[in-house]
Design a binder for this molecule. Structure first.
Ligand SMILES: Cc1cc2nc3c(=O)[nH]c(=O)nc-3n(C[C@H](O)[C@H](O)[C@H](O)COP(=O)(O)OP(=O)(O)OC[C@H]3O[C@@H](n4cnc5c(N)ncnc54)[C@H](O)[C@@H]3O)c2cc1C
Length: 442
């Protein structure tokens, strides 16, 4: 059993993507500035690296967001993924998103913003969209599709590989990652945390960083932060909302012994289809839902045989949920049979090759929950003057750049690309708005 230190400068709680990325980048920043090293940092996890959402994510790394500040964050994130794509298991296959006519204006805005921040993407409309899709997937059923967006530098990563790679980066830079230590409380003196209390003793520290994922609301409450937040919008309206809302993810896997490849024999881009006015029906014509929303890609490390992994819009749970046991271990939050029907029918409606695929759905646990912020956009900010929170609103497996930017910020740099994610936006009338989508990922 690892010995926990009695005192250390930086305590990172949670060894998911954010805790590990932040610790690794902080170690590099400390060393580069002659202000310390990884030996000043300890990462604590009550279970171990990847025990939370980071270990079960679908692994999609894309930049299709209506919230423009996220585009720059993803630019930084892909830089980190490409820092060592082999160690992180990152497949830079690109990302293609398709929609109907009501989304063309949104997509135009997204493409312009992505390219402004150096995230190369192209837009195809009408017949050009059809030709583009068929050039990659000749059996793509393009009826009803009016727009396609192609992000060149996006892709996906294997979650176990990514976590292993990040943990290795931490170790390479002298950061101690200690498993099996739960932070149970905080000693707060003069408004600052002076010690974290763990089930293995107390650790005195200067700064605490939360990479707590779905457990963030529990610690938010421990430090007496409010359950409800007045969210002020740019149009002058105010809506009081729960600070945290849990959603249950719907994802699964489908075996396919025929390799899933492009016309050119390559690993295809991650595909996202959102047709807001096109229902999904099964092979018998039974309507499963009145809109199409799905994403899928090659199954990667998760599969024991060739196949694909995909998902759809998550299910809202509310301000309370049971986080322990987490993920596949929690009976309450596993995807139901209807999801398997929907995913397979949606895939069959999208490409001819998937017709009749339903019997190949892989029966296994896939569930996982996440804690979303009031506007479903990440909050990266101080909770107390020496407690920094990385709360990605449960869409941040892709956001490895958050830890890179946070490390610079914690060194005292002015980091412009982090500012849009401050908690103060709710009070300042900068709450992000709703979106033209069925999904909370805005
Ligand atoms: C099923 C699913 C699919 C997803 N797919 C994608 C995707 O394709 N792309 C994408 O970008 N995002 C995806 N996400 C979201 C993404 O996985 C998360 O946003 C991200 O992994 C959160 O990382 P984290 O580091 O904040 O938290 P986590 O990975 O949840 O890590 C938190 C850690 O904190 C530890 N911990 C908790 N309490 C304590 C304590 N008291 N003391 C010590 N340690 C503690 C836990 O053991 C855990 O390891 C998905 C999420 C789910 C659930």
């Amino acid at each position: 059993m690892s010995v926990i230190p009695q005192s250390v400068s930086y305590v990172v709680i949670g060894a998911g993507v954010h805790g590990l990325s932040t610790a690794w980048h902080l170690a590099m920043e400390l060393a580069a500035r002659g202000r310390g090293s990884g030996a000043d940092i300890v990462v604590l996890d009550k279970s171990g690296p990847g025990a939370g959402a980071s270990g079960i994510a679908c692994g999609c790394v894309r930049n299709l967001y209506m919230t423009e500040p996220i585009h720059a964050l993803l630019r930084h994130s892909v830089d980190v993924w490409m820092n060592d794509p082999v160690a992180f298991g990152f497949q830079q296959v690109g990302y293609v998103s398709v929609g109907e006519g009501n989304q063309i204006a949104d997509y135009e805005r997204v493409v312009a913003s992505q390219n402004r921040v150096g995230y190369p993407s192209d837009l195809y409309v009408g017949g050009e969209a059809h030709a583009f899709l068929k050039s990659i997937w000749p059996d793509f059923k393009t009826d009803g599709i009016d727009v396609a967006l192609h992000e060149h530098v996006s892709g996906y990563a294997g979650t176990r590989q990514a976590i292993r790679g990040l943990a290795q980066k931490c170790a390479d830079h002298g950061v101690r990652v200690i498993s099996g230590v739960a932070v149970t409380d905080y000693v707060v003196e003069g408004g600052r945390v002076t010690k974290v209390v763990t089930d293995r003793g107390e650790i005195a520290c200067d700064l605490v960083i939360w990479g707590l994922g779905a457990w963030t609301p529990l610690h938010w409450a421990k430090l007496g932060r409010p359950e409800r937040v007045a969210c002020h919008y740019a149009d002058g309206s105010t809506v009081e909302k729960d600070m945290w809302t849990y959603w249950r993810l719907l994802e699964g896997e489908v075996y396919d012994d025929r390799p899933y490849l492009t016309a050119g024999g390559m690993n295809p881009p991650v595909l996202h289809v959102e047709k807001m006015s096109t229902p999904v029906a099964d092979a018998n014509g039974r309507e499963l839902r009145d809109y199409t929303y799905l994403y899928f890609k090659n199954g990667n490390e998760r599969m024991d045989r060739p196949g694909l992994q995909g998902g759809t819009v998550p299910v809202k749970l509310g301000p309370r949920a049971t986080v322990d046991p987490y993920g596949h271990a929690n009976d309450a939050y596993q995807a139901e049979t209807e999801f398997a029907d929907y995913l397979c029918a949606g895939m069959a409606q999208t490409m001819g090759r998937f017709e009749g695929i339903r019997p190949n759905f892989r029966q296994r646990r896939n569930g996982g929950i996440g804690a979303f912020t009031p506007d479903n956009v990440p909050v990266f900010d101080w909770v107390l003057p020496n407690v920094y929170m990385i709360a990605d609103s449960n869409h941040g497996f892709k956001m490895l750049g958050a830890g890179k930017l946070a490390a610079k910020y914690l060194m005292g740099d002015d980091v412009a690309d982090l500012k849009p994610f401050a908690f103060g936006r709710y009070a300042d009338g900068q709450t992000y708005g709703s979106t033209n989508s069925h999904s909370p990922w805005v």
